[in-house]
Design a protein around this ligand. Sequence first.
Ligand code: ZN
Length: 241
Amino acid sequence: MRYGIISDIHGNLEALQAVISACRQEGVRRFYCVGDIVGYGANPNECIEYLQSLKATAVAGNHDWAAIDRLGIEQFNSAAAQAIEWTKKYLTEPSKKYLQQLKLVEEDDGFIIVHGSLNRPEEFLYIQDITHTADTFYLMKKPICFIGHTHVPQVYIKSGHNLQLGNQSTFHIHPEQKIIINVGAVGQPRDGNPMAVYCIYDPDLQRIELKRVAYPIALTQKKMIEAGLPDVLAKRLSIGQ
Ligand code: ZN
């Protein structure tokens, strides 16, 4: 069994379709989503329906909670806040129900998924560098934790007391290690590469890969602008920032 782990779809249906078909071509049969299914993009309902059709296991992100009024938007910048207002109007009742029942943390075959960090997951704290990883490593009851939230793919490896950044895109997990993997963003990458990011975990080989796939960005941008979402959110997709 190979698992596909994705995050930060943000209502970008074209990017979601591209990562799912890339995963399927690589033999992935089971999917996990690390939060922020909605917010920013023009197709929040369609992305939710697609995840449901895949029977994906998902956790809530800060945008998912903001869209159903479980989190205030004071921390959001003005374009993000406008997109949340747009999303609230556009979400169907079944989509709202789906977002309501999402947990903040899920566990499976040797791994955990959480949007921000394991400490106070309801606050959606950011793990942006190695100094932010201590609490999550401490709380991990399993060797692997997949996160999202920053939209930047990143790997943190703990071997005994030694912490390091993993900068390769494919790596093997050794039994004495714990690993936090930020699986980047499907729908709005921010590491300077506009291609959608996805992660494949193969428990038999104890191998994790971070991968990229192209998608029709111009079509996504056109839909966002026609929907009345802020231009800046559409434009940044071209440069992955
Ligand atoms: Zn996000």
